[in-house]
Design a protein around this ligand. Structure first.
Ligand SMILES: *[C@@H]1O[C@H](CO)[C@@H](O)[C@H](O)[C@H]1NC(C)=O
Ligand SMILES: *[C@@H]1O[C@H](CO)[C@@H](O)[C@H](O)[C@H]1NC(C)=O
Ligand SMILES: [Ca+2]
Length: 508
């Protein structure tokens, strides 16, 4: 179980208070020394200070604030106080449940939305929390599950935020003032656009500069800049595929005027002018929030095998006793953690798992390598291997109105060559801290019988659903195409069996 630092500190403060009282009672307070009034005075002052410290501690540990919001204090990136210092929260696993807890802790009725990717600017401080899982009943964010204070592998652009519902403006509908809707770049700037890279060490990299009509060249705000937008730039300039999307002044440009912000592409466009942008430039965060790219000719391309998924999908009922490793890796639904908290016999409870095999082929022209460098890989004791990519795959069950109904967990994997086409030598191996990756024309296979290779559907009502399995779902690693990274299937679930059928290939 995770230690409860808040409780621990409160207990410590109380203990000190008691100790002081005792010392006092035996040493000074009983003496009839003529300095007794002074001692009593000192004692009273110390007691008072301790009491206020204790109250402060109680109030502050786990306190939240929202920063960077523009239209009021009901929105912003989340910062949390731990150990007397404010820190940011990473957006991995950040969604409506967590946002709701944040908003309620801050005294709002609930959340309108959870924001990610530094929606309200870059993270200003170190990350205190990562992989936060709330079940929605917590009264404080600090009571949700997370990786531990300060444990995170997130970059500066992964700040989590919220927009809380507030009714200070009764004239408006329930939606508060948000950024105005976006428009296509070429609709706003009909006199044409031109694109170039500047400040790179070689021709195939640099900051993006865009020329709108007769205006001067300007840089692009990196507020929603990702591998998808970067891919469009590389394609348009004939430079191949995007391998890195930068959000900094790494390639200079701090003194160049900002031409556009909020650029948003699907990733398959041939021209950046087909993407959306803010009609009025609105670039949150620091001056160095500039979009850049590194393009490459050769690139990996993961393809998810949906045939194998259909062939292998089946149900298994398993006692929590056998799922303790899986619990450590967040592979069961939050209901299971609740049982663990509330019942002494929690390990006798049964969970229902929808198991299937995930087979991922690299059909590109370059190896697929993990997004996290080797020295930062996390060792997972339970499964005795290193995780090199925090979110390599997502498994989601979605109902007919588009809601996620079985908590899709985000699986970290150990990437390796399990099966290669004839004539291709496997090169990546997880064992012994080996190099991780997937070679061209090799597949990484996660068989249905290994731990965590499932969706926990214990709370699911029988019926018809959509099962969506996706690899590299956050587009953290560059690929030739993301249109083949997901299998989107029909799931029929009855009390006694489940079938997965009619899969199509799609985007995460
Ligand atoms: C009273 O306390 C003072 C110093 O705090 C000390 O010097 C003195 O000896 C004490 N007298 C008695 C009677 O304990
Ligand atoms: C991978 O397979 C494709 C088609 O099966 C082939 O054209 C290509 O040369 C192979 N690449 C490598 C590096 O083996
Ligand atoms: Ca792909």
């Amino acid at each position: 179980m995770r230690p409860q630092p808040r409780e621990a500190r409160l207990a410590l403060a109380l203990l000190l208070l008691l100790l002081l009282l005792l010392t006092c009672a035996f040493e000074f307070c009983a003496s009839d020394n003529d300095t007794w009034p002074v001692t009593r005075d000192t004692k009273a002052r110390m007691m008072k200070k301790l009491r206020t410290d204790y109250r402060k501690l109680k109030k502050q540990e786990g306190a939240l604030k929202l920063v960077g919001g523009e239209s009021g204090d009901h929105e912003g990136n989340v910062e949390i106080l731990h150990d007397g210092k404010w820190g940011s929260v990473c957006d991995d696993e950040w969604d409506d449940l967590e946002a709701d807890v944040v908003c309620r802790q801050l005294g709002f009725n609930g959340a309108i939305s959870a924001t990610a990717n530094g929606h309200f600017g870059q993270a200003r401080r170190r990350y205190w929390m990562d992989n936060v899982y709330c079940d929605g009943t917590e009264d404080e964010l600090a009571r949700c599950r997370f990786d531990g204070w300060g444990v995170s592998d997130c970059g500066g652009n992964e700040a989590a935020g919220v927009i809380c519902s507030h009714d200070e403006e009764p004239t408006a509908t329930s939606v508060p003032r948000q950024k105005p809707p976006k428009s296509r770049i070429k609709d706003t700037h009909q006199r044409g656009t031109a694109l170039r890279l500047s400040g790179g060490r070689v021709r195939s990299e640099g900051r993006i500069e865009i020329k709108l009509g007769v205006a001067d060249w300007g840089v692009v705000c990196a507020d929603s800049w990702s591998m998808l937008e970067a891919a469009v730039v590389c394609r348009q300039l004939g430079l191949g595929y995007a391998s890195v999307a930068t959000q900094s002044d790494f390639f200079g440009g701090g003194a160049t005027p900002m031409s556009i912000s909020g650029v948003e592409c699907r990733g398959s466009e041939g021209n950046l002018a087909d993407c959306l942008h803010d009609m009025v430039v609105d670039c949150p965060g620091t001056a160095g929030n500039i979009a850049g790219v590194v393009c490459q000719r050769e690139m990996a391309d993961l393809v998810f095998d949906h045939i194998e998924l259909m062939r292998t999908a089946h149900l298994e009922d398993r006692q929590l006793y056998w799922l303790q490793c899986a619990m450590e890796e967040n592979c069961v639904a939050s209901q299971a953690y609740k049982m663990q908290k509330e019942s002494a016999n929690w390990y006798l409870e049964t969970r229902r798992l929808l198991r299937f095999t995930a087979r991922i082929l690299n059909a590109g022209t370059a190896d697929f390598r993990p997004s996290v460098p080797k020295h930062l890989w996390e060792w997972h004791m339970c499964h005795m291997h290193y995780h090199s990519m925090e979110v390599f795959a997502t498994f989601d069950v979605i109902d007919s109105s588009g809601n996620k109904v079985a908590e899709g967990h985000k699986a970290s994997f150990c990437l390796e060559d399990n099966q290669c086409m004839p004539g291709v030598e496997p090169r990546y191996k997880c064992a012994n801290y080996g190099d991780q990756g997937i070679s061209v024309n090799c597949s990484d296979i996660y068989k249905h019988n290994i731990d965590c290779q499932w969706v926990d559907i214990s709370e699911l009502e029988p019926g018809h659903y959509t099962l969506k399995v996706a690899v590299n779902p956050e587009f953290k690693v560059g690929e030739m195409s993301f249109d083949n990274n997901a299998a989107i299937c029909r799931l029929l679930y009855t009390e006694t069996f489940a079938t997965v059928h009619s899969c199509i290939m799609g985007r995460p």
